[in-house]
Ligand binder design. Sequence first.
Ligand code: NAI
Length: 475
Amino acid sequence: MTIKKICGIGAGYVGGPTCSVIALMCPDIRVTVVDKSKEKIAQWNSTKLPIYEPGLELVVKKCRGKNLFFSTDIEAAIKEADLIFISVNTPTKTFGIGKGRAADLKYVENTARMIADVATSDKIVVEKSTVPVKAAESIMHILRANHKPGVTYQILSNPEFLAEGTAIDNLINPDRVLIGGEDSPQGREAVEKLCKIYENWINRDKIFTTNTWSSELSKLAANAFLAQRISSINSLSPVCEATGADVTEVARAVGLDSRIGSKFLQASVGFGGSCFQKDLLNLVYICECLNLPEVAAYWQQVIDMNEYQKSRFSTKVIESLFNTVTDKRIAMLGFAFKKNTGDTRESPAITVAKNLLDEGAVLHIYDPKVEEFQIIDNLSAFDIDNIKNRVNIYHDAYSATKNTHAIVLCTEWDEFMELDYERIYVQMTKPAYIFDGRKILDHEKLQKIGFIVQTIGKRVSRIAVSKTWGSSTQM
Ligand code: NAI
């Protein structure tokens, strides 16, 4: 039996784009994406999709109503599917055992129980969500303990490696596809069926099959390695600032070693996104549970370095502005955790905004793709006085920066490189500051205009701050 019908459970940043690309590449397969959120499904069926991702709209337009469907009828979609992708969220637990570190698997478990309740024919169940090692065992346990006579299940691990902002390209041209399955004839058969789906557009030599546990652990390991590279280069940025080295030059020199490579060595205000921190915390927790404290401490340090970088950047802003930002208007350019997405989960901008608000600043925030309600919602999570009057959202960079004392750039949107900074300078309070948390601006040009420029990992405008007297001298 070949796969004719697929059900994708979870219509989020992973489930939506992955299922849409499968529908595009496999016109003979009917793909139904389901979610418990009625609003989200209504958006997937509208002209304004619930997530922004370059190229996604076009893919959805091409397939929706033909072989791609979005629905809230989860039971019907499970019943008719030959293969089910589980792409639900696996956030960090906020309560109980493992609070703040372990992955919360309640959504995965709920879907497993629903599949067991509803299925009347054999199913291949594929974990696409990022899960702790051995999660497939729990899913299998639930399914097999509740199975109906004659219904069999195979569980596969097929972690998703897409990056938000480039998801469609990553899905169409992946570096690799990883599929883990049970080492049994039935397991191998299920792996083969999933391989066949991907082979519609991906070369077989890019499809890597392993045992289930290697596959599950590889996803956590890949994110841990990526985050570690960022923390490694970020850890050198204060060394550069203190010595006169330039972190961009150091990163380039280091990255030219072919054993190291140049990617993911861009120093910045810190990493964000829903995955890196969550998956690292999960890895740390697994190591602690396995009684491997040294390994846990090693990976914990990657997260600690990221926290340090975010707070170091906020402190730099405050210190440079004469050690006080109380009642100062500060423009924040960018709120998403990176460019080309509207996602703000774990965005460094949230931490920077909170730190500035704690010090009494008034924020003028602009992001090209993040909605106003999202920013307010993110900042409302903190106990901040009078937040409504102190957080103002703008719809373009020029109005956001008007009459402000400083610009804090938190997201590397291309449009921020193309702004008319002379125009911006004229309408700012003087001295006018720019803090480039992403190292994307032309610092020399900005200094010529008159800005005092600060960035990460390089001395641009030199500042001598007297901590005792709270005054600073710009040079
Ligand atoms: P998301 O939060 O955007 O989407 C998850 C969706 O699942 C939500 O719409 C939610 O309503 C739905 N859902 C939860 N329980 C459900 C249920 N029982 N029935 C139906 N729908 C249900 O999450 P996102 O970002 O798509 O992540 C999903 C998984 O993929 C996570 O495990 C994440 O770690 C992993 N991942 C995420 C990547 C990313 O860039 N966002 C990249 C690679 C993996």
